[in-house]
Design a protein around this ligand. Structure first.
Ligand code: DHB
Length: 500
């Protein structure tokens, strides 16, 4: 794994730390040849305890369980399962019992990189991470590791390119359901969780349950032969809908010709240093932005989205219209929620108009200038095959490929195009409510108002398409949050406890 020139904001900090600490292990060649049993051994656990804010929590830890019969990478195709010990004393937590508690399924994926199975922990402020917080609420946790774009096998071939991450996540769900009788919790109430690329695969898992499109890949790794649909999804700032995200980004940021991003680089003595880079788009990039921006209304209008009261969401060729108003409405709602919490600092933002205790309007252009552009066009399918997403769509032998017509046609490096079917497998929009898939009934999607890793249109389109197709969606923009997740765990678990 090369850490040079890696964009920091490309992933959440915790994932970055993971990446740094596992850099050398990551290069190990580790293709498995053993065949594993898919039966869960309920006696193979250790009892652990953590103390959170003075409250101690004892739990059973079943760790390092390989969840497929024929793993390609044993280091990642593992799941950790954690169960509050109190359940074994025949006690309840709230209304939950050992059998009826929901199962929280968080992934640790960032940057479409490999993610190790998570474990309970405490952050620098002494607060529980999502896994510990779930256990405190009596929720069973099943934390799978999944392969990612930088994994390599024994022969030096890439083993974690798309669609590996979603195949592994589905295989982990199948393992839980296959062992439903012996694994605590209710496998009909699996709630997936993830942030950024992890939020994207959380959405994809929830959208595409049981779709036969993934079947041959699941067979190949010896996934349990059962269903992989889930009950609910929590998605923080999902970096999803990659094939339309470039156009959406330029529709939002076309006027922002300066950009700001954090890069991490290696110093001569091998340390990592973080630096903010500020620059201006080149004339070539400005020309690409102008072309990409024009593609967005075509895509958006084809979706035939509607507001809750039936108003058609559309855009003119110039990119104006009801969809833009609708998007601005979410920013206003977020500001209003902040004002209602008693945050009086809103008046310091010159682009917000507040009268009394009501947010009246925002000046969209000034708001976009305030948050600033982060990525250069095309934001995802780089013309030089230089992005993490290009890397995601590589193959066993090719490190990176294009995945949009635009990227392919404008390639400066004669890049190859990914198989259209593989691009299809990575986008939840292709599966929501389709005949071939069972889409999760409940969704919670959050995206920060100062997140610049993808455009606001991407989570808004996801949430709106889900709602329009009949799913229950709790969506909002989180005030002043940058690209991050798990920041409102009390609300997340309250939402989970209210699901029927
Ligand atoms: C992530 C961030 C990005 O900007 C991106 O393009 C892909 C993934 C992440 O944080 O996971």
């Amino acid at each position: 794994m090369r850490v040079k020139d890696l964009i920091i904001s490309f992933m959440t900090l915790s994932n970055l730390l993971f990446l740094v600490s596992f850099t050398s292990a990551d290069t190990a060649l580790n293709t498995a040849s053993r065949k594993y049993s898919l039966s869960f051994d309920k006696n193979n656990y250790t009892i652990k305890e953590i103390t959170i804010n003075g409250q101690s929590l004892k739990y059973r830890a079943y760790t390092g369980i390989i969840y497929v019969a024929k793993p390609i990478d044993e280091k990642y195709q593992q799941i950790n399962i954690f169960v509050p010990e109190i359940y074994y004393e025949m006690k309840k937590i709230g209304n939950y019992t050992l059998e009826t508690a929901p199962i929280f399924l968080p992934n640790t994926v960032g940057g479409y990189l490999p993610g190790f199975p998570g474990k309970p922990g405490i952050d620098e402020n002494g607060n529980p991470n999502a896994i510990a917080a779930a256990l405190l609420k009596g929720i069973i946790v099943a934390a799978p590791g999944v392969r990612g774009r930088t994994n390599k096998g024994g022969s030096g071939l890439n083993t974690g390119k798309a669609p590996a991450c979603i195949i592994d996540l589905k295989a982990a769900v199948r393992y839980l359901r296959f062992n439903d009788k012996v694994i605590p919790g209710d496998s009909e109430r699996i709630i997936s969780n993830g942030t950024s690329a992890g939020g994207a695969i959380s959405a994809l898992l929830a959208a595409s349950g049981n779709s036969t499109d993934y079947e041959s890949y699941l067979r190949e790794i010896g996934a349990a032969d059962t269903r992989d649909d889930i009950f609910a999804a929590s998605c923080y700032c999902p970096i999803t809908n990659l094939d339309n995200a470039d156009a959406a980004y330029e529709w939002q940021f076309n006027k922002a010709i300066n950009y700001k991003k954090n890069v991490i680089s290696e110093t001569a003595d091998g340390h990592l240093q973080r630096k903010e880079i500020q620059d201006t788009l080149t004339s070539e990039q400005i020309a690409l932005s102008a072309k990409l921006k024009l593609l967005f209304p075509f895509y958006l209008n084809k979706l035939n989205l509607k507001t809750e009261n039936g108003t058609q969401l559309s855009l003119t060729q110039e990119g104006e219209g009801t969809f833009k108003e609708y998007l601005i409405g979410f920013i206003i709602k977020s500001a209003q929620a902040e004002l209602d919490k008693g945050n009086s600092n809103l008046s310091s933002f010159e682009w917000i108009t507040v009268k009394g205790n009501k947010v009246i309007s925002i000046n969209y252009d000034r708001f976009i200038a305030y948050i600033t552009r982060m990525k250069t066009p095309p934001a995802f399918d780089g013309v030089d095959l230089g992005t993490g997403e290009n890397d995601l769509f590589g193959t066993g032998t090719l490190n990176a490929q294009h995945f949009t017509d635009f990227g392919y046609k404008n390639s400066t490096v004669k890049g190859k195009m990914a198989e259209p079917q593989i691009v299809k497998l990575m986008n939840p929009m292709n599966y929501i409510g389709t005949k071939d898939a069972v889409t999760a009934k409940y969704w919670r999607i959050r995206h920060g108002t100062v997140d610049r890793d993808t455009s606001f249109a991407i989570p808004i389109i996801l949430a709106t398409h889900l709602k329009n197709t009949g799913y229950m969606v709790d969506f909002s923009l989180s005030w002043d949050r940058p690209h991050s997740g798990d920041y409102d765990l009390d609300e997340l678990f309250e939402w989970i406890s209210g699901l029927k």
